[in-house]
Ligand binder design. Sequence first.
Ligand code: NAD
Length: 359
Amino acid sequence: MSYRVTLIPGDGIGPEVSLAAKRCIEATGVKFTWDEVIAGEAALKKYNDVLPKEVLDSIRKNKIALKGPIITPIGKGFRSVNVAIRHALDLYACVRPAKSYEGVNSRYKDIDLVIVRENSEDLYAGIEFEQGKPETKNLIGIIEDYSKKIIRPDSGISIKPISKSGSERIVRAAFEYALNNNRKKVTCVHKANIMKFTDGLFLNTAREVAKDYEGKILFEDTIVDNMCMQLVQKPHNFDVLVLPNLYGDIISDLCAGLIGGLGIAPGANIGDNMAVFEAVHGSAPKYAGLNKANPVAMILSGVLMLQYLGEKDAALKLEAAVKAVIKENKSVTYDLKPKRDDPTSVGTKEMADAIIAKL
Ligand code: NAD
């Protein structure tokens, strides 16, 4: 049997790290048929559309995708294609393990955290009103009427919707993950002291859901700013973190920093019956086409895909091969060497070759 998987190479370093991941996943012996489609800059050039319909159609049909990073211009141009894919397919759970690998130059050892980030709501809902537009002015008037608070007339507005149903399903996903992966504790991260009706709702819903897991999984909650400090001071105190969208995004990068960088941080966007696997990192445009980027985050995203497919042995085998290559610290990319300008560092392709050789 062969799994049919949508492959989106992505922008910048995306095509290089996606190819490396595809080769390593295939080398496990599990059979795949890749349905390759383009999104992002390449699709903009070819179809004048950053997210052509065939991309979503392909994922809906195959129910599974491996995706390279796609650029999002800051403050102008198109909205995030990555966020659009997650929204369109309702991939509401973003699962991002942050795990230490021996041989990686990092401030910490033995980190083993999992971030479960809500993917569909919050300030990422894409509901924004531009400064100076008539509708923004109208909205400001309405909000002032209801809230009896003043908003400066030259403001832009971003809306932060957080629902009870959206909170319930992500917190449940975090507890189910904890239960199925032998984890002990779920920590809900929020700012409910300030945003009582959004983060407050998230926290209260989390407390309700936690009751269903009493005696099986521990539950606690922490305010996001305090969480940042605690993660830096004592990251080993945490296990599974569940967060609204924006905090989840920021804490994901912080946790990638704890384990030695974005080059080794994988991720999965999971809905009720489909999933898209992608690294935490972006398209790192300065390294595009240089055969320099670390392919491990994409390869480990492939490990998560193999786990999701129930291919446990292949997943274990591929992760073990990655671990061994990182530990040897010989055939690794520049970012995994003790000094970044180490002349013995290898390229994206060569690191993938070394991983394949260990399988
Ligand atoms: P980035 O993750 O692309 O890069 C930040 C830095 O991290 C890079 O300069 C590089 O030093 C390092 N880095 C990242 N990936 C690496 C790898 N595989 N190997 C070695 N070093 C690596 O973040 P950015 O520069 O803020 O974003 C670039 C673009 O990517 C932006 O347009 C952003 O919107 C987009 N982005 C996309 C996704 C996604 O597709 N899911 C995620 C984050 C950012």
